[in-house]
Design a binder for this molecule. Structure first.
Ligand SMILES: [Zn+2]
Length: 77
């Protein structure tokens, strides 16, 4: 019985189980460069990552300012 520290079972393209972490939650196959999501992360973590990439991508960079307003308006009511 041996333990594995790999969070992804195997690459769906080449069946390798060697991956390099590109970003948080994003893994790249060492053999064929196929990119997969880190299944060890919870859906909430993936959502947070996705949200950041989305809102800090291009024209949504003002979302940070909007969020301040939302917090104020939702405070009392
Ligand atoms: Zn692969």
């Amino acid at each position: 019985m041996h333990s594995s520290n790999s969070v992804v079972s195997a690459c769906i393209v080449c069946n390798s189980n060697e991956f390099t972490t590109l970003y948080d939650g994003i893994l790249e196959c060492n053999v064929c460069d196929h990119v997969v999501a880190d299944l060890n992360l919870s859906s909430e973590q993936l959502f947070e990552l996705y949200k950041k990439n989305y809102f800090f991508g291009e024209e949504y960079s003002n979302y940070v300012n909007d969020e301040q307003v939302l917090k104020k308006t939702s405070g009392s009511g």
